[in-house]
Design a protein around this ligand. Structure first.
Ligand SMILES: NC(=O)c1ccc[n+]([C@@H]2O[C@H](COP(=O)([O-])OP(=O)(O)OC[C@H]3O[C@@H](n4cnc5c(N)ncnc54)[C@H](O)[C@@H]3O)[C@@H](O)[C@H]2O)c1
Ligand SMILES: N[C@H](CO)Cc1c[nH]c[nH+]1
Ligand SMILES: [Zn+2]
Length: 439
């Protein structure tokens, strides 16, 4: 294991200490700590107790704006005025992205199930949309119109009736493109609040904000902590942490393309993580030099450099096609396979744990962030081992349907009577036998 003076951690899968070093790398915690949880807990409890008054106080404190119960919600005229300030080219890009996201998510809609099995029992599964969803759109340090689309469109496609959006507006400014995206996605219930107080308001409701059934959308550590706290009262989506990218690249790639890809996620956050897996040490060196060069072009260089140097890694492996076990243990949010089509396909089929996989030399991850149509809210921090990115299923519930006629009950009922007796629940058994023993 080694660390370049201005480069990321370097690991070699052939080195005798690789397993220890790799395990230590995977065990690193990039999330923030206990203080945040305590602050969020206090805010959530206060909003639950004092409703609008608490929401207004925290909004004034954290976002430096004066609000009243009457101005918490944006008026239609405000939304339209802000949206109309969006540049035409940006508006067209939002509309283009929205149409692709909608088309992809329509294909994710599950179909209901309804069949009669061999015993004559009718069985089914019916999907219904949630009634009311709270959509958190982050707005503290940057505006994310793309994230609004990624959260709102699947909800709309699923058929959610009410979507209440919250977004902090530091200093009071409304981001034109976020408002434009809200209009394109058909969102009109928008509150200028953020942080833990917005999550609590959506979960418990206030005099001004009706409660919702589920809260989705990314946010900072306070938002994530608040979502964990209100879970159970409402549903929540996955908690997406700092962004990650894992690029698997052979030496035939242009090092500057790979460097650009690594930095595309590093620039999100100092806690973001970019990893390169390659099979050629000279190519790894060339990519690291290219990262240094690319950083000079970026306004976000300071943040990206801290992420790359503090959390990045270069892992040298003997064979890229045999790297699936290492890739699976990282279980990254995004995996890019910058290989020829055949090897990319082979390796993709071997990978089991990844939020999203991008195949080939011309599929930079950033297309997934904006315009591919797939969702960019994806599992991070190795949670791709057990969870998936946001989709229409997050806005649906499944109800099972069962129907027996007398013959079908006579066929399957006796086993239920036996099991009820075994569990010491005679009323269960009686509700079956009272029907089957009528003769
Ligand atoms: N995974 C994704 O798909 C995705 C997409 C977009 C953004 N993000 C992430 O979302 C996050 C957005 O964070 P952000 O900060 O810009 O906006 P944010 O809207 O999540 O948070 C801003 C709010 O945080 C609260 N806050 C700030 N400091 C606080 C403090 N000291 N005590 C209590 N509350 C405090 C305030 O209420 C403020 O309104 C970033 O980490 C970004 O990377 C993720
Ligand atoms: N890559 C981020 C999720 O990890 C999503 C995003 C929003 N805008 C650009 N990128
Ligand atoms: Zn991104």
């Amino acid at each position: 294991m080694s660390v370049d003076s201005d480069g990321p951690l370097r690991l070699d899968a052939r080195a005798p200490d690789f397993e220890t070093a790799f395990a230590a790398f995977l065990a690193r915690d990039r999330d923030s700590g206990a203080d945040v949880d305590a602050v969020a807990r206090d805010i959530v409890a206060d909003v639950r107790r004092r409703g609008d008054a608490a929401v207004i106080e925290y909004t004034t404190r954290f976002d430096r704006i004066a609000v009243t119960p009457g101005t918490l919600r944006l008026s239609a005229a405000e939304i339209d005025a802000a949206a109309s300030a969006a540049a035409p080219e940006a508006r067209a890009a939002i509309e283009f992205a929205a149409s692709r996201i909608e088309a992809y998510h329509r294909r994710l809609l599950p179909t209901d199930l309804d069949f009669v099995d061999a015993q004559g029992v009718r069985l089914g599964a019916r999907f219904t949309a949630l009634d009311a969803v709270g959509l958190y759109v982050p707005g503290g340090k940057a505006a994310y119109p793309s994230s609004l689309l990624m959260n709102a469109i699947p909800a709309k496609v699923a058929g959610v009736r009410r979507i209440a959006m919250v977004m902090p507006t530091p200093g009071g400014a409304l981001d034109p493109l976020v408002m434009c995206a809200a209009r394109v996605a058909g969102i009109d219930e928008i509150y200028r609040i953020g942080g833990a107080q917005a999550v609590a308001a959506l979960a418990y409701g206030t005099a001004t904000i009706a409660p919702v059934d589920k809260i989705v959308g990314p946010g900072n550590a306070y938002v994530a902590a608040a979502k964990r706290l209100v879970f159970g009262k409402v549903g929540i989506d996955l908690i997406a942490g700092p962004s990650e990218i894992l690029v698997v690249a052979d030496a035939a790639n242009d090092p500057s393309w790979i460097a650009a890809d690594l930095l595309s996620q590093a620039e999100h956050d100092e806690a973001a993580q970019s990893i390169l897996i390659c099979d050629d040490a000279a190519f790894a060196d060339a990519v690291c030099r290219a990262v240094t060069g690319e950083l000079k072009r970026l306004d976000t260089a300071e943040r990206a450099a801290k992420s790359w140097q503090g959390n990045g890694a270069v892992i040298l492996v003997p064979s890229l096609l045999d790297a699936a076990p290492i890739i699976d243990r990282i279980a990254a949010e995004h995996v890019e396979l910058c290989l020829e089509p055949g090897p990319a396909e082979t390796l993709m089929r071997r990978i089991r744990h990844a939020g999203a996989i991008f195949l080939g030399r011309h599929t930079p991850e950033a297309v997934g962030d904006y315009v591919a149509g797939t969702n960019h809210v994806l599992p991070t921090s190795r949670t791709a081992r057990f969870s998936s990115g946001l989709g229409v299923a997050d806005f649906l519930k499944r109800t099972s349907i069962v129907s027996c006629d007398a013959e079908a009950l006579a066929r399957i009922g006796p086993a239920a009577v036996t099991l009820a007796a075994a569990e010491g629940l005679p009323a269960h058994g009686r509700s079956v036998s009272i029907r089957t023993n009528r003769a």
